[in-house]
Ligand binder design. Structure first.
Ligand SMILES: Cc1cc2nc3c(=O)[nH]c(=O)nc-3n(C[C@H](O)[C@H](O)[C@H](O)COP(=O)(O)O)c2cc1C
Length: 336
């Protein structure tokens, strides 16, 4: 029997980018987008400052915790902690190509070791169940890595991991080259292969297959959603966040949560004020909104005020208000 999955839209996990402030801001733009944390190493969750690493705002749901690691016991303990913390799913990173990550044997290199990922998934599932929660374990992987780059291998990987109860696979449609390419190059140089992801959906109709990589617009998302269960956007969502404001209406036929960019910003201000009062520096929040007015009158002034003044005035909400004025009065800003 083929299970029909509800279509989903997600914002990708991105280190240094999708922290809790970013996710709060994204949530103002879409109620439906599934939000992901930055990748956290399982070992960090076990040994680090958990509240700092794991706390999120109640508004962020649905929010997925992404873990990196390859030790089943460590991954299991971190998954149980994440489930108890209230995350809606726990995602295993099988896509990160950085050197640092390779040494710890996690990320994209694990695509070569389906049995390791399957063992992690099984241990995580059992540990989460033992907490009394139903939090699903999901996987985000690449279509290939180095010379391990075929439909057959990806099928084997998905099959083995799915056998341990993983039902959701986010597939970044670019293979990773672990030697000679920086993590950044690994997001641009290997060509996109969306067709391989589509074939995985045909091969595994019962699984939820989410496509990621290079998607830029709602039109492209709609096209993909005809072939797979979900779309995930990374850079486009972060760099031009207003795109998220068309997700609810454009993909789900729902009322959009905000009317315009100014309203979104006005709703972000009370959040920023509350965090400033707790000692969070202004720039830690405003860095995520630099692209909000991309292509609009006043956008350059908005960006400049925030990027120049916020780091120097870490407790001054006035910087954000001045940036807001720059887009409210685009003519004055353009004349600067
Ligand atoms: C700054 C940055 C950090 C990233 N960090 C992660 C990460 O922590 N975990 C992960 O699975 N992918 C990470 N990625 C990859 C994205 O999740 C996504 O797979 C990739 O950017 C392709 O999607 P896009 O073309 O829509 O950006 C990162 C990407 C960027 C740009």
């Amino acid at each position: 029997m083929t299970i029909m999955h509800e279509k989903t839209f997600s914002v990708a996990p991105m280190v240094d980018w999708t922290d809790r402030h970013c996710r709060y801001f994204h949530r103002l733009l879409s109620r439906r987008a599934v939000l992901y944390t930055e990748m956290l190493a399982a070992a960090a969750v076990l040994k680090g400052d958990r509240a700092r690493l794991l706390d999120f705002n109640a508004e962020e749901h649905p929010v997925v915790l992404q873990l990196g690691g390859s030790d089943p016991a460590e991954m299991a303990e971190a998954a149980a902690i994440g489930a108890e913390w209230g995350y809606d799913a726990i995602n295993i990173n099988v896509g990160c190509p950085s050197d640092k990550v390779q040494k710890g044997r996690f990320g994209a290199v694990l695509l070569k070791e389906p049995e390791t990922v399957a063992a992690c998934a099984a241990a995580m599932r059992d540990a989460v169940r033992a907490t009394g929660r139903n939090t699903p374990i999901t996987v985000k992987c690449r279509v290939g890595v180095d010379d391990v780059d075929s439909d057959e291998h990806l099928e084997r990987f998905i099959g083995q991991v799915a056998a341990q109860g993983v039902r959701t696979f986010v597939i970044h449609a670019r293979k990773a080259l672990l030697k000679g390419l920086s993590p950044k190059d690994n997001r641009t140089v290997p060509p996109l292969d969306h067709a391989r992801v589509h074939r995985m959906k045909e091969r595994f109709p019962q699984l939820e297959i989410i496509i990621n990589g290079g998607l830029q617009s709602m039109a492209e998302c709609r096209e993909q959603l005809a072939k797979v269960d979900g779309v995930m956007l990374g850079r486009a969502a972060y760099q031009t966040p207003w795109l998220l404001a068309s997700v609810d209406a454009g993909l789900f036929g729902l009322q959009p949560p905000v009317d315009d960019r100014i309203q979104a910003l006005e709703r972000f201000i009370p959040y920023v004020e509350a965090r400033l009062a707790e000692g969070v520096p202004l720039n830690a929040m405003t860095k995520h909104i630099l692209g909000l007015f991309h292509g609009q009158p006043g956008a350059r002034a908005f960006r400049r005020i925030l990027s120049e003044e916020a780091p120097r005035n870490p407790a001054d909400i006035g910087v954000l208000r001045r940036a807001l004025d720059a887009v409210r009065e685009p003519a004055a800003a353009a004349a600067e």
